[in-house]
Design a protein around this ligand. Structure first.
Ligand code: NDP
Length: 254
């Protein structure tokens, strides 16, 4: 890869695993300086060591900590040019068994924290000559998901936030977009496989195949493919892609 993002500072929430770690590698390959946030220090520190990035332990559901963590990121790598709002959690249950606690946890992590992170970076993003805000949404942003109403609602909300910011800042040099993956080969999908196994009593292989076949392609999406699109959205040349929700699901929503 070239170095189209040379010297630019990209902050990635949930940057130690899965899609976030893959995005870190792609953005680093384009020359970006990286700040990686997550609750567990070990995964973010491992990726930071590999890429000479900055690891910052932060629970994004704590708005005060988001403010101080973003300040630490700025102190290490300068003003934020690209913000990748990727941290997220998934849970599943029949709707009548979905608790208020579970709803609150999902909405706090997937939606309210996205608002806090965007707020914490917006000043920098608007000062950058090509500010980039990318939300990692989901195909669950685009249609209903049985047994995951709270997850789908939070991810639908994320697209509302994305589209509104894209419209509000359309005349600036900031772009705001989202990627909407189907099932991706990451730890989150491993957890979904384990849940299917636990609920249905099926083997791990059978459960994985049930999840995999929810993608029209019959295969899981490669996190590298999501990272590739995230990095593409961050390029200066992508300045006219604004307000887009880019689906990567092998055709399920076609
Ligand atoms: P992972 O579970 O590997 O990634 C989630 C990341 O978010 C972890 O690194 C986790 O780190 C971090 N995270 C979770 N909660 C918090 C928190 N409160 N504060 C800070 N960091 C947090 O799975 P993926 O890579 O798949 O998930 C990344 C995003 O992709 C999520 O938003 C998910 O909803 C979305 N997505 C995933 C799909 C899939 O099939 N896997 C499909 C569609 C969308 P830590 O636990 O250390 O905090």
């Amino acid at each position: 890869m070239g170095s189209a993002l040379d010297g630019r500072h990209a902050l990635i929430t949930g940057g130690g695993t899965g899609i976030g770690a893959a995005a870190a590698r792609h953005l680093s390959g384009e020359g970006a300086k990286l700040s990686l946030l997550g609750r567990r220090i070990d995964p973010i520190q491992a990726v930071a060591d590999e890429l000479e990035a900055t690891a910052i332990q932060c629970d994004v559901t704590d708005p005060d900590r988001v403010g101080s963590a973003f300040d630490e990121a700025r102190a290490a790598n300068g003003p934020i040019d690209c913000l990748i709002v990727n941290a997220g959690i998934a849970e599943s249950a029949p709707f009548h068994k979905t608790t208020r606690e579970s709803w609150d946890r999902i909405v706090a992590t997937n939606l309210t924290a996205a608002f806090d992170c965007a707020r914490a970076a917006i000043g920098d993003l608007l000062k950058s000559d090509s500010g980039r805000l990318v939300f990692v949404a989901s195909v669950a942003s685009l249609r209903g998901v049985p047994y995951a109403a709270h997850y789908a609602a939070s991810k639908h909300g994320l697209l509302g936030l994305m589209r509104s910011l894209a419209a509000e800042y359309a005349k600036t040099s900031l772009t705001v977009n989202a990627v909407c993956p189907g099932y991706v080969d990451t730890p989150m999908t491993d957890q979904s496989v384990a849940r299917v196994s636990e609920i249905t009593g099926r083997s791990a292989d059978d459960s994985r195949s049930i999840i995999t076949n929810m993608n029209a392609s019959g295969r899981l999406v490669d996190p590298e493919a999501i990272a590739n699109v995230i990095a593409m959205l961050c390029l200066p040349l992508s300045r006219d892609i604004n307000g887009a929700a880019i689906t990567l699901d092998g055709g399920t929503t076609a």
